[in-house]
Design a protein around this ligand. Structure first.
Ligand code: SAM
Ligand code: SF4
Length: 334
């Protein structure tokens, strides 16, 4: 039995996030420039079969959970085949997917049948005009339809990802919290991270999540910490008394994030990233089909994985110890 994927700091890795494309049907202002990016050539993207082979090798090293992400994973025409390929790899126990929800209504059933267990849907605002301001295109109603279709298809829990932006959706924190009281949804507030960019724009929109607990304190219900809602995230979870759902905080900048890190990331063009934040990546794609070589690369990722990201020092302007990635979030997968 091969040794589990353990890094120099004793963290065991059982979770792989796979970005299946860098393309997207939105241009969220915190994720991608308005004009888009130079997208990867289709021929460079991993195929469903290549993902199957990588996941099978990873599962032998103890990877049990997979999250499919992007770019927008549902713009891949073969997304159902990808889910099937990954979910059927021996040893994989849980496959989930993060989506902006625009195309979910038509695909939820087929994805469920293919073996997808859970979905996270990104939703930063409940206001249709603000949606277009943040995502720079698209239609909030389609996302709402997607959420409904996911519930009808039987996905549970359904998590909503809400990136908080100072002065933009800050005023909607109470509405999202109320939603977590009324509906069986888990609303996750996420701090805006400087991934692939850390300019003044980021600084001016970054909002620490302490704000959410302040607003929660002014709501009419008491709330308490609950054990992590099923998933693999570094989220701190809470529930209001009598609530149908719950809410969570993901605060990579203002609070701990890395200490229990159990994840690796695979980019759509086949690079393995030990950490979301730093530049280091290992090229896996050429070794697909050679299990021994893939295994070596996974162990190498463990050997070079750093203890922490240093996003907080980006905010305070301190010198960083290492080189941050130049990929944007849409090219990594979050
Ligand atoms: N397109 C899908 C979506 O939007 O859900 C999946 C890919 S997206 C890169 C994955 C998650 O990363 C989304 O929930 C998105 O809101 C989040 N995200 C993107 N850029 C971010 C940033 N700079 N800081 C924090 N979260 C970010
Ligand atoms: Fe696309 Fe998701 Fe990035 Fe928005 S957050 S631009 S939906 S990849």
């Amino acid at each position: 039995m091969p040794l589990p994927l353990t890094d120099r700091f004793g963290r065991v890795h059982d979770y792989l996030r796979i970005s299946v494309t860098d393309q997207c049907n939105l241009r969220c202002l915190y994720c991608m420039p308005e004009e888009g990016l130079e997208f990867m050539e289709k021929s460079r993207l991993l195929t469903a079969d290549e993902m199957r082979s990588i996941v099978a090798a990873a599962a032998k090293l103890g990877i049990r959970k997979i999250r499919i992400t992007g770019g927008e994973p549902l713009v891949r025409k073969d997304i159902v085949e990808i889910v099937e390929a990954v979910a059927s790899a021996p040893g994989i126990e849980d496959v989930s997917l993060t989506t902006n929800g625009l195309l979910l209504a038509s695909k939820a059933e087929a994805l469920k049948k293919a073996g997808l267990r859970r979905v996270n849907i990104s939703l930063d605002t409940l206001d249709p005009a603000k949606f277009v301001m943040i995502a720079r295109r698209g239609d909030l109603a389609k996302v709402t339809e997607g959420i409904r279709a996911a519930a009808e298809a039987g996905f549970s829990p359904i998590k909503l990802n809400c990136v908080l932006l100072k002065g933009i959706n800050e005023s909607e924190i109470a509405d999202f919290l109320r939603m977590s009281h009324e509906k069986p949804l888990h609303v996750r507030f996420i701090e805006y991270m400087p991934i692939g960019h850390a300019d003044e724009g980021w600084r001016s929109l970054y909002l620490p999540l302490t704000k959410v607990l302040e607003v929660a304190g002014g709501m009419p219900w008491a709330f308490e910490r609950i054990p992590d809602v099923k998933g693999n995230g570094p989220s701190e979870d809470w529930r209001f008394e009598g609530a149908a759902g719950s809410f969570g905080l993901i605060h990579p900048i203002s609070d701990r994030f890395c200490e229990n890190c159990n994840r690796l990331r695979l980019t759509a063009d086949g690079y393995l990233k030990p950490c979301l934040y730093w530049v280091d990546e290992l090229y896996l794609k050429p070794y697909v089909g050679d299990e021994e070589a893939l295994t070596d690369i996974f162990y190498k990722a463990m050997a070079i994985k750093p203890l922490n990201h240093e996003m907080a020092s980006k905010l305070s302007g301190e010198v960083q110890t290492h080189v941050p990635t130049n990929r944007r979030m849409s090219q990594i997968g979050g």
